[in-house]
Write a protein that binds this ligand. Structure first.
Ligand code: AMP
Length: 304
C-alpha cells in the first residue's frame, strides 16, 4: 500500500495518499488545476466512470505535460453527518486497499482519505442548509441527509480547492442540490455530471448492492424496469409516464421479498419539484425503494 507522502503526484505511479487537510494544503500549490471526484469509497464501475471524466478534463488541460499542470483527486470519506441514527453508517462497505487499486488502475493522481477526526475535529455547529429542494424526496425520507452532504462537500471543496468536481447522475437530487449550493454560495467550481452506470441487467451499480441477497437483487431490478417503462411512455406525457412506472412497482410490491417504494416522482431536474400534467421539457423520473433491509435509489433523465 502507498504510504502518505507530500511529494507531487506522478501519473504513472500509484496515487499519492493524503490523510490530513494540512498535508493537502501543503501540496495544493503543486497540483495545478484540480478535478475532484468525491466518493465514500467501495469504488465500482460508476465511480470509474466519474474518474474517467475527470481524467479527460485533466488531460485536456495539460495534453503534453509530463507531470501535468492538472491533477485528478479522488476523495474517499464515509461522511457520518449524512447518516441518520439507525442507517448503515457502521456497516457501510469499506475496503481502502481495493479502492487504492481502482484509483491506480484509473490513473488517479491523489487519493484524499481523511479520518473522521480530521474532517470533524469538533462539533460541526455551522452547516449548509439545502433549503426546500433538499427537503423533498430523498430529503423527506432521510431528514438531514442533504444538510450532511452539502456540509461535507463544502468542506471538501475548501480543503481541496478544486477547479472542477464530478458527480453522478445516479444521485440526481444530490447533483441538483450541489449545483444550487455552488451557485447560491458563489463557489468558483465547475460541476460536471457523469451518466449512470448500470450492470448488464439494468441494476444501477451502487456500493450498497453488496447488501442484496440473490433473490433481493433479482427483485431490485423492478426499479430500473419501472424507469424504463416510464421512459418508454414518455410521448404520453407525465400522467402516462407515472402510471407506466407505477404499474411495474405495484407488481414488485407483491414479490417476495417485496419492493417497498418510498417515492416515485417525475420532477423538474433543477428544482426537484413535481412537474404538472401538461409539462414539456427536461424531467427526471426518480424512484427510491426498500428491498429487504436495503434502500436503493435510481432515476432516468427524460425529455417530455
Ligand atoms: P458514493 O460513493 O455512493 O457517495 O458516490 C460517489 C459519487 O459516485 C456520487 O457522485 C454518485 O452519484 C456517483 N455514483 C455512484 N454510483 C454511480 C453509478 N452507478 N453511476 C454513476 N455515478 C455513480
Amino acid at each position: 500500500m502507498t504510504e502518505p507522502s507530500s511529494s507531487a503526484p506522478s501519473r504513472s505511479a500509484a496515487p499519492t495518499v493524503v490523510r490530513t487537510p494540512e498535508e493537502l494544503a501543503a501540496m495544493r500549490p503543486s497540483l495545478g488545476e484540480v478535478v475532484l471526484v468525491p466518493t465514500m469509497g467501495a469504488l465500482h464501475s460508476g465511480h470509474r466512470r466519474l474518474i474517467s471524466l475527470a481524467r479527460e478534463k485533466r488531460d485536456r488541460a495539460a495534453p503534453t505535460a509530463a507531470h501535468g499542470s492538472a491533477t485528478v483527486v479522488v476523495s474517499i470519506f464515509v461522511n457520518p453527518l449524512q447518516f441518520s441514527p439507525g442507517e448503515d453508517y457502521d456497516r457501510y462497505p469499506r475496503d481502502f486497499a481495493a479502492d487504492l487499486e481502482v484509483c491506480a488502475e484509473e490513473g488517479v493522481d491523489v487519493v484524499y482519505a481523511p479520518s473522521v477526526e480530521a474532517v470533524y475535529p469538533g462539533e460541526q455547529i455551522v452547516r449548509v442548509d439545502s433549503g426546500a429542494m433538499g427537503r423533498v424526496l430523498e430529503g423527506e425520507f432521510r431528514p438531514g441527509f442533504f444538510e450532511g452532504v452539502l456540509t461535507v462537500v463544502a468542506k471538501l471543496f475548501h480543503m481541496v480547492q478544486p477547479d472542477m468536481a464530478v458527480f453522478g447522475q445516479k444521485d440526481a437530487q444530490q447533483l441538483a442540490v450541489i449545483r444550487r449550493m455552488v451557485r447560491d454560495l458563489n463557489m468558483p467550481i465547475t460541476i460536471l455530471a457523469a451518466p449512470t452506470v448500470r450492470e448488464e441487467d439494468g441494476l444501477a451499480t451502487s456500493s450498497r448492492n453488496v447488501y442484496l441477497s440473490p433473490q433481493e437483487r433479482h427483485n431490485a431490478l423492478a426499479l430500473s424496469r419501472a424507469l424504463l417503462a416510464g421512459a418508454d411512455a414518455s410521448v404520453t406525457g407525465p400522467i402516462g409516464i407515472r402510471s407506466a412506472a407505477r404499474a411495474v412497482l405495484d407488481e414488485a410490491a407483491e414479490a417476495s421479498p417485496p419492493v417497498v417504494v418510498d417515492y416515485l416522482a417525475l420532477v423538474d431536474p433543477e428544482t426537484f419539484t413535481e412537474v404538472s400534467s401538461d409539462y414539456r421539457g427536461e424531467a427526471v423520473l426518480a424512484v427510491a425503494a426498500w428491498v429487504g433491509d436495503t434502500r436503493l435509489i435510481d432515476n432516468v433523465p427524460l425529455t417530455l
